[in-house]
Write a protein that binds this ligand. Structure first.
Ligand code: TMP
Length: 386
């Protein structure tokens, strides 16, 4: 597989980076994870192409989350909030606007600069023990540490736990949200698997990861974003009451077999079947002379295109709203990425919805596409055109 966000120019095709994308689960700790990690500097750098505020729905989601944090978690005098992977500062913005002390940490210079330009205090570096020590030295320990779709990107979870021990106050909480493994498996959302996502969390694996260094999950809240996410609230063991929701979901995970190899063997069969169905549909449409384009050059699309072997013979181009991707080609399969205006100027017969996690928002915005008698194709949770 190439890098999921490695959109590239034609002159760079010959030097493109590839690695072995393997998905495995640890029989001891139940952590679903990549079998080989890509060096982090290859993925998180000064041209990181994802900007949180690019989705209105996600911006709303983060602002609601920030409001909850302010209401429920910041009663201490002069509270202090740290966000790991703060991107353009969308989650911290409402907190900063209230004059609450905060620091965002993000290793990608371009998005960190966007946050700084909005007045969000941001340090541009990876979050590790050294970063945690520096933050504490300058600001004291944190009441709340936030991480949105970020911890699943951090490869060394033991070093991360050590950094959390340094940065959190004794009563402090870590609140983090990531795509939920149960939804990945149930929805056959294999496109969540790519280089940046080193871990695929569930209650069982988070417990096994964070118990030894002295933390426990005190609450969980399923979230209806990114195709199914989980928000975990973690504190030092014994510091806060634990809600019964945690053990209820843990029991469900055991019944669902998220700790059993046979569950993942079945997942592999389901993923293979999904590929067969999608390819059969695209090949049929191609034979019928239909124009098919991709909608949104997402990181997830890289896994689908390369795993299924979908080239520009089957997909004319991918439409995307991010200027940084225009004129470039998709990683690995080298399908051209073009502005959204090209999609609107001449509707294709079918649009393959790579941003299926934003389906509601997109289908609503593009009502004219369906009204013109054109069709969407999606492949999660099942392959279908509509
Ligand atoms: P991601 O899923 O890797 O975060 O990437 C989202 C990409 O999808 C980003 O390049 C913007 C693009 N996009 C569109 O082109 N149109 C849309 O309506 C949405 C929601 C995203």
């Amino acid at each position: 597989m190439p890098l999921a966000n490695g959109f590239l120019r034609q002159e760079d095709f010959s030097s493109e980076f590839f690695f072995e994308l393997g998905f495995g689960v640890c029989e001891d700790c139940s952590l679903a994870q990549l079998m080989q990690n890509v060096p982090r500097e290859k993925m998180f750098h000064s041209e990181y192409p994802f900007v949180t505020s690019s989705s209105r729905r996600m911006t709303e989601h983060f602002h609601n989350w920030a409001d909850d944090v302010v209401r429920e978690r910041l009663s201490a005098a002069d509270p202090f909030v740290v966000e790991i992977g703060s991107n353009d500062g969308t989650l911290l913005q409402p907190i900063a606007a209230l004059g609450i002390r905060h620091v965002g940490v993000d290793p990608s210079a371009n998005v960190a600069a966007l946050a700084q330009s909005k007045g969000i205090n941001t340090v541009c570096r990876f979050f590790d023990e050294e970063t945690a020590k520096d933050i504490v030295h300058k600001n004291g320990c944190a009441d709340v540490v936030l991480a949105a779709n970020c911890l699943c990107h951090i490869q060394d979870l033991h070093s991360l736990a050590a950094a959390l021990e340094i940065v959190l106050k004794p009563q402090g909480v870590l609140i983090f949200e990531d795509p939920y493994l149960g939804d990945v498996i149930d929805n056959v959302a294999y496109d969540q698997i790519y280089d940046e996502h080193a871990s695929y969390f569930c209650i069982l694996s988070v417990k096994n990861w964070l118990s030894p260094p002295g933390f426990e999950i005190v609450d969980i809240q399923p979230q209806n974003v990114h195709g199914g996410s989980m928000r975990y609230v973690v504190a030092r063991t014994g510091a806060h009451a634990v809600t019964p929701r945690v053990s209820v979901l843990e029991q469900w995970e055991r019944r669902r077999g998220l700790h059993l190899l046979e569950t993942y063997r079945q997942f592999a069969l389901d993923v293979n079947r999904s590929r067969e169905l999608l390819l059969a549909m695209l090949e049929r449409l191609n034979k019928e002379g239909c124009r098919v384009v991709g909608y949104a050059a997402t990181s997830k699309s890289t896994t689908v295109l390369n795993y299924c072997g979908i080239s520009s013979a089957l997909l004319e181009f991918i439409s995307d709203t991010t200027p940084m991707k225009h004129g470039k080609f998709s990683p690995g399969m080298h399908i051209p990425v073009r502005p959204h205006e090209d999609f609107q100027a001449r509707y294709p017969d079918y649009a393959l919805l790579f941003a299926w996690n934003h389906a509601e928002e997109i289908i609503n915005n593009e009502r004219a596409f369906n009204d013109a008698g054109k069709h969407w194709i999606r492949y999660v949770p099942k392959v279908e055109a509509f």
